[in-house]
Design a protein around this ligand. Structure first.
Ligand code: IPE
Ligand code: MG
Length: 231
């Protein structure tokens, strides 16, 4: 039997924390806490499955529109989650990349994210990218600004992609979104140009190893053509 094709880069849009909590008569924050709790496990499952890069959309530049209390609560979760798992990343030789902008983020969180990138930069196995204060359009604008500041022109896809937050990483092969929503919501727009999309009804706090393996399995059955005809 043919071995299942494993996507090199998987991008996850975790969605449904709020609905998970409401379904249990709990405040929305309880859903975010439950969603954060499974996070280290998801990283482990992705590594075991042979994925090379896992990108997770944690907080978008549009999420600032949520009520202040929820935004503050989410920032607290990120702060704790990052600090708690930082040592583990180092121990397990995981490379960390932050996708997003520092604009509006607490200095303490920006410092932690930068330190994590710096201290794991020489790790070359699995790479974990967290998108915090990220949107695809914002990333493209920042890349264009960076290039024009040097006075050079954008001559090729390569010259643009080298200035994206994801520079040097392979394109996204598979996007997974939970909670039944079927859209990309501004996540890794250019990097997902040829990605396969997998949508599951499962709410993020209920995401499991089986869910991830199902997504990978479905990916393995898709025929990717990249614009060519190859039946
Ligand atoms: C996703 O869950 C988590 C973040 C955006 C941080 P939601 O908060 O969007 O959950 P729903 O969509 O309201 O259920
Ligand atoms: Mg949502």
């Amino acid at each position: 039997m043919e071995k299942t094709k494993i996507p090199r880069h998987v991008a996850i849009i975790p969605d449904g924390n709020g609905r998970w909590a409401i379904g249990r008569n709990l405040p929305r924050m309880a859903g975010h806490r439950a969603g954060a709790k499974i996070f280290p496990d998801v990283v482990g499952w992705a590594r075991e499955a042979g994925i090379e890069v896992l990108s997770v959309f944690c907080f978008s530049t549009e999420n600032w529109k949520r009520p202040d209390g929820e935004v503050r609560g989410l920032m607290r979760i990120f702060d704790v989650l990052l600090r708690r798992n930082f040592r583990r990343l180092l121990r397990e030789k995981i490379r960390f990349r932050w996708l997003g902008s520092a604009d509006g983020l607490q200095r303490r969180i920006v410092e932690t994210l930068r330190a994590m990138e710096l201290e794991t930069a020489s790790n070359c196995g699995f790479c974990l990218c967290l998108a915090i204060n990220y949107s695809g359009r914002d990333e493209i604008l920042r890349a264009v600004e960076k290039i024009s500041a040097t006075g050079s022109a954008i001559e090729s896809w390569q010259s643009l992609s080298q200035n994206l937050d994801s520079s040097g990483l392979p394109d996204v092969d598979l996007v997974v979104r939970t909670s039944g929503e079927r859209r990309l919501s501004n996540f890794l727009l250019l990097q997902s140009a040829y990605a396969e999309l997998h949508f599951t009804e499962c709410l993020w706090p209920d995401f499991s190893r089986e869910e991830l393996l199902r997504a990978i399995d479905e990916y393995g059955q898709r025929k990717r053509r990249f614009g060519a005809i190859n039946h």
